[in-house]
Write a protein that binds this ligand. Structure first.
Ligand code: HEC
Length: 134
């Protein structure tokens, strides 16, 4: 019970932090992306390219190893230090490992995009429109 309410508080805090960003510091963030923002942008481009290659039946053998360090990237509002963030990052990393192992890559690619959605339904919802195209 205690754990549950802690998680709920964290989720609410995340949503509040995100809506604040949209009002005030969005322009600043665009020019000075945090380490985490920069990695997210790289994840978007890599996922786009991976989707394209998979649709052509190609094998993916270039999972950027830096993505495994996702949970240590500094975020604009220190989201990376939050338990909710740390709790959801492994879902993405597990999916990446599947692609790296060259298991069913389409399956693990889909799982990786599902992991983006899981985390972004809690944190900034803005990128969901980008994620939906991946
Ligand atoms: C474990 C949580 C988590 C996962 C998984 C995750 N994100 Fe994010 N994402 C965040 C947080 C938190 C931010 C805000 C970063 C900041 O402002 O420093 C963010 C920011 C972004 C941004 C905005 C970057 C910018 O320009 O500022 C995009 C786009 C994005 N994510 C796309 C994705 C995609 C695509 C995936 C999956 C491949 C993904 N995210 C997976 C938590 C996550």
């Amino acid at each position: 019970m205690k754990l549950k309410s802690t998680i709920i508080i964290l989720i609410v805090a995340g949503i509040v932090a995100c809506s604040k960003q949209n009002q005030s510091s969005e322009a600043a963030d665009m020019y000075h992306p945090s380490e985490l923002s920069q990695m997210m942008r790289d994840m978007v481009s890599w996922s786009k390219e991976t989707k394209r290659l998979l649709s052509k039946g190609e094998i993916i053998d270039d999972v950027p190893q830096s993505f495994y360090d996702l949970a240590n990237q500094k975020a604009t509002r220190d989201e990376h230090k939050e338990a909710a963030f740390q709790g959801m990052a492994p879902e993405y990393l597990e999916a990446l490992k599947g692609i790296d192992r060259k298991d069913s890559q389409q399956y693990y690619y889909d799982a990786s995009i599902q992991a983006c959605k899981t985390c972004h339904s809690v944190y900034c919802g803005g990128p969901l429109s980008v994620i939906d195209q991946l």
